[in-house]
Ligand binder design. Structure first.
Ligand SMILES: [Zn+2]
Length: 128
């Protein structure tokens, strides 16, 4: 079983990379970058731990639907819909891009969790 800190650190790293990339593209890495990078790290950390928050690892075999490829697919489809709605919204372009980056980080955070759990003897399932 991958440890909680490992999930959190990998999710945070994904968030940090996404937040820095967004900030560099949008306005450089000055003081304006801190809120976006912080939000990205928080989203990455939480999403990296999300499957275990929904199905706490209290016993072997705890991995159900939230530890499955199906869940990742549903999450990806939902993220796609959210991003499409963001594009059609009246939000400021900079905010649209930030929210889209946060949505992608959330999906990648969950994906990182599943990859880390997949490499363990218990693995993950297709549909729970
Ligand atoms: Zn897990």
């Amino acid at each position: 079983m991958a440890r909680r800190t490992e999930h959190a650190l990998v999710g945070a790293a994904i968030g940090a990379i996404g937040g820095v990339a967004y900030s560099m593209e949008t306005h450089g890495l000055g003081n304006n970058a801190a809120p976006a990078v912080l939000a990205s790290v928080v989203v990455g950390t939480i999403s990296g731990c999300l499957p275990d928050l929904l199905e706490p690892p209290r016993f072997p075999g705890h991995r159900g639907v939230f530890h499955s490829i199906l869940f990742l697919g549903v999450l990806g489809a939902g993220a796609s819909g959210i991003i499409r709605r963001l594009e059609e919204s009246d939000l400021e372009p900079r905010l649209k891009r930030l929210y889209a980056v946060l949505v992608v980080i959330a999906v990648l955070g969950v994906a990182s969790h599943l990859v880390l759990d997949w490499r363990t003897p218990m693995g993950i399932s297709l549909a729970g």
